[in-house]
Design a protein around this ligand. Sequence first.
Ligand SMILES: *Cc1c(COP(=O)(O)O)cnc(C)c1O
Length: 217
Amino acid sequence: MSLQSITERIARACALAGRDVASVQLIAVSKVQPDARVREVLAAGHRVFGENYVQEAVAKWPAFRVEFGAVAVHMIGPLQTNKAKVAVELFDAIHTVDRPSLAEKLAKLAQTRGTCPQLFVQVNTGAEPQKAGVLPADLDGFIASARALDLPLSGLMCIPPEAEDSTPHFARLAGMAARNGLAGLSMGMSGDFEAAIAAGATHVRVGSAIFGARNYG
Ligand SMILES: *Cc1c(COP(=O)(O)O)cnc(C)c1O
């Protein structure tokens, strides 16, 4: 478990960027990890986690919350519209608002419930055909539509193309967020969270560097 070394690297990256360490939230991405590893990170006092699958999160987090008290869990994987209700009941944040039908569903749920998780719009900064996310050219219109539905947006999220340097993608996302008056920037994973912090990330999503490699077997 290398939570401490990641925390130290975040502090160093913040210092280098002249940023307050409190301005960056570490989301420990626990998808697919065995409970024993998650338990270690909980026992070390960490209280912000990320999950990719609604089913897995439902099976895991209610019990951990009983055992460890309040834990913030962020949805960082693709969200099917028919799981949106379960998702808003379980998650403190959803980083993957990526299409009008999901925005409409979340807006309805927010109205009925009178509350809404923190929301990030996922942007497909590399315009990769296989990847989810709103295309950069469609983003301003998407945000305007979401706001017309009274959907509260906190920020933007991206997953840069694997084969490319992340930094230009992070800079592009930061520019799009600033242009739209959004303060949240969910960007940076195990391989590039320091570059993301330098570019202004407010939320870094780090999995394998904390928990070890995921075994999908
Ligand atoms: C799995 C995942 C992460 C964590 O990836 P690591 O490389 O293990 O840090 C971050 N963000 C998203 C969207 C993910 O699906």
